[in-house]
Design a binder for this molecule. Structure first.
Ligand code: ADP
Length: 383
């Protein structure tokens, strides 16, 4: 047994909603899918799951030996664990060499700079003095980010003072990891976009249309596919950027490239995710091939599916927090009756303020109507 190229069983490390949404795609293709969860949770009722710590080499190795390819629901598996899996002959996609750039924003900025990709101006900083020097050259403001461990806006802070990140420098020094913070110019953007691409180990790629993402308090609230006013050059440039990153970094599986569209009409790379991404949830209902099916095809090195939209527009709205009391399903009788054309996805998570507990997608030819339907349906699940 154990990992062998050419097999059709996939092991997903991490048991969040992304792993959960890979399961229906795996079932439809007749694949075997297993999930390594930290605690028995969302995927357990749907797939064979193991429970264990993704930071523990023996746990991950034992899990990996039962499948043909290992992939991820999140980016937190330590490099040392990943590299040992590869050393033991296990097939891992994305590979540790690629995944490191989604794990560490400093490595990512350095590598994208080498590839000549457009980015916000940035610098690695190790002290308040470094930060002060950057701010002085950038209008007195900047965005400080932890290189590792941030998500959903945690680890991102707008500063206007050289001492605005002192607590982070102290915390990094205390846990022995040393220096790495980065600072970026505060980009004046018109909107945020995301470009999804899938790439197989053999090199085939497929892009979805570029989408617009709407963030609230650092969390993705809504996605419009395709991004309005994105026909022509904008879509081409976004796709070219994603192609350059996917092949330049050797990404395998789905890659999401988060972009800023600046007020002076440039596209700048914000950050990368090497897995299915919130900006691609619309594709389950809105595209010929969903990002979850495509990720499985890509990591198994199977031919990729078509990524055309099934309808001219799709709007995905996250259900953030969920009902103040009871479950998402308690709201089904009213919500489903009011919005029969909308697709509702619930992740089996307990409602909690700010938590992503599900999403809804509406598709159709009239963007205003589609957005109205999706927002209206999502509102049934939030108080
Ligand atoms: P996370 O890893 O938490 O997703 P991001 O780097 O994507 O962090 O930043 C979260 C949000 O902060 C972005 O979606 C954007 O709205 C804002 N942001 C990040 N970097 C910049 C920047 N350089 N200029 C302006 N806004 C930024």
């Amino acid at each position: 047994m154990g990992s062998r190229p050419g097999g059709y069983s996939v092991g997903v490390i991490g048991g969040g909603q992304l792993a959960r949404m890979m399961i229906p795609a795996a079932i439809n293709l007749g694949l075997t899918i297993k999930v390594l969860e930290e605690a028995e949770g969302m995927a357990a009722e749907l797939a064979a799951t193991g429970v264990g710590d993704y930071r523990d080499l023996d746990t991950v190795l034992a899990f990996a030996r039962t499948v043909d390819v290992v992939t991820f629901d999140h980016e937190h598996v330590p490099q040392a664990v990943l590299r040992e899996l590869v050393a033991q002959g296990i097939t891992v996609h994305p590979t540790p060499d690629a995944l490191q750039y989604a794990q560490d924003k400093l490595l990512m900025r350095r590598r994208l700079a080498e590839l000549g990709l457009p980015m916000p101006e940035w610098a690695a900083i190790e002290s308040a003095e470094d930060l002060g020097a950057f701010l002085a050259g950038h209008g007195g403001r900047g965005v400080v980010k932890t290189a590792r461990g941030g998500y959903d806006g945690k680890g991102v802070r707008v500063v206007a003072d050289a001492h605005g990140a002192d607590d982070w420098f102290t915390a990094l020094a205390e846990d022995g990891r040393g220096g790495s913070l980065i600072v970026e110019e505060l980009v004046e953007f018109r909107r945020e976009l995301a470009q999804l691409i899938a790439r197989r180990p053999s090199g085939e790629t497929a892009v979805w249309p570029v989408v617009q993402t709407v963030q609230r308090e650092g969390v993705c609230a809504e996605v419009i596919s395709p991004a309005p006013r994105s026909d022509g050059r904008l879509a081409e440039v976004a796709a070219e950027i994603a192609q350059t990153i996917a092949s330049g970094l050797g990404v395998t599986g789905v890659l999401a490239v988060e972009l800023f569209e600046t007020t002076d009409d440039r596209l700048l790379v914000n950050e990368l995710a090497m897995r299915p991404h919130n900006s691609g949830h619309f594709s389950i209902d809105g595209s010929t091939t969903s990002q979850f099916e495509q990720h499985l095809r890509a990591v198994l090195d199977l031919p990729l599916g078509a990524t055309e939209a099934r309808e001219p527009f799709s709007v995905m709205v996250n259900i953030l927090g969920g009902p103040a009391e009871g479950s998402v399903q308690d709201r089904y009788p009213a919500a489903l009756a009011a919005h029969p054309g909308v697709k509702v996805h619930a992740y089996g998570k307990a409602p909690r303020p700010g938590r992503k507990v599900g999403h809804v997608t509406a598709s159709g030819a009239d963007l205003d109507e589609v957005a109205f339907q999706a927002r209206g349906a999502a509102a049934f699940f939030q108080d």
